[in-house]
Each structure stands twice: as C-alpha cells, then as structure tokens.
Design a protein around this ligand. Sequence first.
Ligand SMILES: [Zn+2]
Ligand SMILES: [Zn+2]
Length: 147
Amino acid sequence: MEHSASDLPSQWLQALQNDGCRITHARRAIVNLLIQSDRALGPIEIYDLARKEYSALGLVTVYRTLEKLEELGLIQRVHMPDGCHRYLKSAQGHEHLLLCTKCGKTVTFRGDDLNQLNLNVSQKTGFVIHDHWLQLFGLCPKCQGNT
Ligand SMILES: [Zn+2]
Ligand SMILES: [Zn+2]
C-alpha cells in the first residue's frame, strides 16, 4: 500500500515520536528536506540545507536524527565510491538504485535479470541465495554535460 506523498512528513514525525523522540523544529526541517530531495544527501549537506529552514539547527541533531530514521527504516544509507555515505528515502518494496556520483541524484528502477548470475554464484559457492541489493553508479544526464 502506497501512502500519499503529502502526509509523509507527519508519518515520519509520528514514527519518531512513537520511538520516544520529541518533535522539534530541527527534526521537522530534517524530515522535510529528506522527503523532498531526489538526491542522496550527506550529513553536512543536510545540515547546511536544513539550516535554511531552521537556522538554530545543530550538527549533532542531524546525526542523531539520521541514525534514528535509518533505524526506523525510513531512510537508507548509500555508499559512494569515494568512501563517504549519504542518505535517501528508503525504497518502496523491491527497487534498485541508480546514483549519480557527481551530484548524488538518485533514480530507482524495478526489474532485473539476475537469475543466471544467482545460479552461477550459488553453484560456485554452495550458497542458497534468497535476496540481493543492487546499486548502480554513473553520471546523470545533467552531469554528463558539464564534465
Ligand atoms: Zn548528476
Ligand atoms: Zn532485484
């Protein structure tokens, strides 16, 4: 079941509150930012951007809120080729992630053709494979233009 995008912020804040967090301006700003963004964002970026909505935001609050949201499964951590990580909204169901290494833009897609690969790997290793997580890196159309 998909929820409408407009009440996502209140759902996230409700989830935080159920988990024992107070709903503050700071948390509201962080939640709004993550929900609206179509890019994966690093903690410092989130700090800088969310401060435009709530100027008294502290970096510690950003880290704590990110930790909590990840624990609740609302956001996921993505690893970048440079070794840093960024955060974005969790996928709805089984989706694969495409991520621009330059600007962090993310696109999700469904569908894959991993059966042959799974079969080969499971024959080689003796594993029974029942899940996978796929993340593709590249340059988005916009970033291909200005390299
Ligand atoms: Zn890009
Ligand atoms: Zn898949």
